[in-house]
Design a binder for this molecule. Structure first.
Ligand code: F7E
Length: 336
C-alpha cells in the first residue's frame, strides 16, 4: 500500500517540526511548504527540521500567492493537509495589522480553495487559537463559547475558523479546526513569553545578563506542551466527520508564576531579576485564558499529559544547556 501523503504549512515552526516527527514515525510521506528564503538560508531558517532534511520534501510557496499554493497542492495531491503557517506573534499584529490580516486570512482562503479544486478528498486541519476568545465571555472556554478577539491576530484566526467551517458546509471538505490554547516547548520562538523567560533565566544563570524585562506579569494562560498538541491535530483528521475541538490543559497560570517557577528551577528568585516594563504591555490585552478540552478527551481520547512544572523545567533545562551554565544548576534541572 502506498504511503499516506501529508502537506504541512508552517513546517519550520515549533508545531510544524513536532508534527513532522510525529507523521514520519507513522510512516507518512511528508511535504512542507516553506518560503523561498528558507531554502536559501537553511542553517538558520530550517534549524528545527534540519535533521529530517532527507526525509521531507520541501516546496517553496508564499501564503500571499494563490498561484504558488495552488501549484504545490496540485503537485503533492495530499491526503491530509495541516495549515499551521501564519503571522503568529500577537504583539506584532498591533504594529502591522494589515499584513497580519492579509497573510493570515488570504493564506487560509487560498489554501482551502486550492484544496477544493485539486484534492477535494483531502482532510484539512486549520490552526485556530484561544486568542479567538480574547475578552473571554465565560470561564473556562469551550467550543460553544462566543469569540471576542482583541487583536488583528485573533480576528484573522476567527476569519480562518469561519472559512474552514464554510468550506466544510458549502463544499463538503473534511476540514477541522483546533482551538489550541498556548503550547510551548524548548523549540518555542524567542519572542513568546515562556521562551523569553527560559532563555533569560539561562543567560542570567550563565552570568551573561543581570535582568529580564517583561510586559504584563498578571496575564494568565493555559500552557501545554506542543509535542502533545500536534497529536490532537492528527487525531482530528482521523475522525469520520470533521469538527472543531478545544485543545488545552484545563489549568491556568500567570506570567508571574511562570517566571517564579523558571527562576526557581535554576535556584534563583525571580523578584531579584524581573521587571515589568510598560512598553511591553499590549494595547488590548487578553487577561485570562482557560480551556475545557472535554470534547477532545471524549471524542479523540486526547488529554494533556505534561504538568506545568515539568514544562517549565524542560524549557529552562534546554536553554541552560545551550547557554553552558555550570553543573550545579544543571544537576537541579536534570530529571532523576
Ligand atoms: O504572550 C504576556 C503577554 O506572546 C502571553 C501565540 O502562539 O498563543 C500565543 O499567543 C502573555 C500575554 O503568547 C511578555 O502580554 C508579558 O498576555 O507568549 P505570548 P500569546 O499572545 O498568548 C496563542 C494561543 C496563539 O495562537 C499565538 O499565536 O504574556 N507577556 N510579558 C509577554 N509576552 C511576550 N511575548 N513578551 C513579554 O515580554
Amino acid at each position: 500500500m502506498s504511503k499516506r501523503r501529508a502537506l504541512i504549512t508552517g513546517i519550520t515552526g515549533q508545531d510544524g517540526s513536532y508534527l513532522l516527527e510525529f507523521l514520519l514515525a507513522k510512516d507518512y510521506e511528508v511535504h512542507g511548504v516553506v518560503r523561498r528564503v528558507a531554502l536559501e538560508d537553511p542553517e538558520h531558517r530550517l534549524s528545527r527540521i534540519m535533521r529530517y532534511r532527507e526525509q521531507v520534501q520541501l516546496h517553496p510557496a508564499s501564503l500571499e500567492s494563490y498561484a504558488s499554493l495552488y501549484q504545490v497542492v496540485a503537485k503533492v495531491l495530499p491526503d491530509e493537509c495541516y495549515h499551521l503557517a501564519s503571522q503568529s506573534f500577537v504583539s506584532y499584529s498591533f504594529d502591522d495589522e494589515f499584513s497580519t490580516l492579509n497573510t493570515n486570512i488570504n493564506g487560509t482562503h487560498y489554501l482551502l480553495s486550492a484544496l477544493k479544486h485539486n484534492a477535494p478528498a483531502c482532510r484539512v486541519y486549520f490552526a485556530g487559537s484561544s486568542e479567538m476568545f480574547g475578552k473571554v465571555e465565560e470561564i473556562p472556554q469551550t467550543e460553544r463559547t462566543r469569540f471576542h478577539p482583541r487583536s488583528t491576530y485573533g480576528i484573522s484566526k476567527v476569519a480562518g475558523f469561519d472559512l474552514t467551517r464554510n468550506y466544510r458546509e458549502a463544499y463538503g471538505l473534511h476540514a477541522s479546526s483546533g482551538i489550541l490554547f498556548n503550547h510551548e516547548s524548548p523549540r518555542r520562538g524567542f519572542e513568546f513569553v515562556t521562551r523569553r523567560i527560559s532563555s533569560g533565566v539561562a543567560r542570567i544563570a550563565a552570568g551573561a545578563q543581570s535582568e529580564l524585562r517583561l510586559g504584563n506579569l498578571d496575564a494568565q494562560r493555559d500552557w501545554g506542551h506542543a509535542r502533545e498538541y500536534v497529536e490532537a491535530m492528527w487525531l482530528m483528521l482521523q475522525q469520520p466527520e470533521p469538527d472543531d475541538y478545544v485543545i488545552a490543559t484545563g489549568e491556568m497560570h500567570s506570567v508571574r508564576e511562570f517566571a517564579a517557577a523558571a527562576f526557581s528551577w535554576a535556584g534563583l528568585d525571580y523578584r531579584d531579576y524581573v521587571t515589568a516594563d510598560a512598553v511591553l504591555f499590549r494595547p488590548a490585552e487578553v487577561n485570562t485564558l482557560l480551556g475545557d478540552a472535554s470534547k477532545a478527551r471524549e471524542r479523540l481520547g486526547w488529554r494533556s499529559r505534561t504538568s506545568f512544572q515539568e514544562l517549565v523545567r524542560e524549557m529552562v533545562e534546554a536553554d541552560c544547556r545551550a547557554a553552558g551554565v555550570g553543573d550545579a544548576v544543571l544537576a537541579r534541572l536534570s530529571p532523576e
